[in-house]
Design a protein around this ligand. Structure first.
Ligand code: AP5
Length: 218
């Protein structure tokens, strides 16, 4: 792959589902800033304590905290053949910082995959999501149920609901997306780097489209 791929889109659009698959296929790291923060929260680190209430309200974590964590992560050796970003960048300031960071670390400009999904579909996707407590595998009680209720197919881990997946937190998350993250769509469009995916299609159809974009990219 040898480059950074960015998955951009509203909450519940399927970024994490596809990012895990793509990263596995190309044997590169899947970097989810949401997962990184959730790990800090579950470990009770100082950063975790700081971001926990922000995430619980469905707001964005301040750029200063995100950027430091991302820089440290992509400078690790396992990122040297590329990586898939899921949930980063999320503001224009984060995108500008990333482009400098990529240049400084010898990467080509990022390939941006935009998951377009009608906000009306977001609620069902998010409230139906369950996540494995052990390996992080993502399920959906409506669209992608596990074989055994409440247990992960891969490792038997307990399936839990994210605290920010409660119905009342969906509206603030969508609001944060529309206000702060959606401007990135035109930002990357202007740079000629944006590739659209219709995220309302099935998981398999979206996977095929993502692969087509990555394979045809230069
Ligand atoms: P984060 O974890 O990044 O959440 P998000 O962007 O809101 O995205 P989601 O994880 O909700 O959705 P997804 O698109 O990955 O969908 P998924 O594949 O799971 O961020 C959480 C919080 O952390 C933020 O609110 C913020 O506070 C903080 N944060 C993180 N990064 C930050 C940053 N850079 N700056 C500032 N703050 C930051 O799929 C959803 C469901 O749908 C699943 O159940 C899945 O099985 C199902 N599904 C997936 N695809 C399909 C399909 N094609 N058809 C039917 N069902 C599908």
């Amino acid at each position: 792959m040898d480059r950074a791929v960015i998955f951009l889109g509203p909450p519940g659009a399927g970024k994490g589902t596809q990012a895990k698959e793509l990263a596995k296929l190309y044997r590169v790291p899947h970097l989810s800033t949401g997962d990184m923060f959730r790990e800090h929260v579950s470990l009770g680190t100082p950063l975790g304590e700081q971001v926990k209430p922000i995430m619980a309200r469905g707001e964005l974590v301040p750029d200063s905290l995100v950027l430091k964590m991302v820089r440290e992560r992509i400078e690790r050796p396992d990122c040297s053949h590329g990586f898939v970003f899921d949930g980063f960048p999320r503001t224009v300031a984060q995108a500008q910082y990333l482009s400098v960071l990529l240049r400084q670390n010898g990467y080509r400009p990022a390939l941006v995959v935009h998951f377009a999904l009608d906000p009306a579909l977001v609620l069902k996707r998010i409230t139906g999501r369950r996540m494995c407590k052990v390996g992080g595998e993502i399920y959906n009680i409506y669209e992608r149920p596990p074989k055994v209720d409440g247990r992960c197919d891969n490792d038997g881990g307990e399936l839990i609901q994210r605290p920010d997946d409660r119905e009342e937190i969906v509206a603030p998350r969508l609001e944060a997306y529309e206000k702060l993250t959606e401007p990135l769509v035109s930002y990357y469009q202007r740079l000629g780097r944006l590739h659209d995916v219709d995220a309302s299609k099935s998981i398999e159809e979206v996977r095929r489209r993502v692969l087509e974009i990555v394979r045809n990219s230069r």
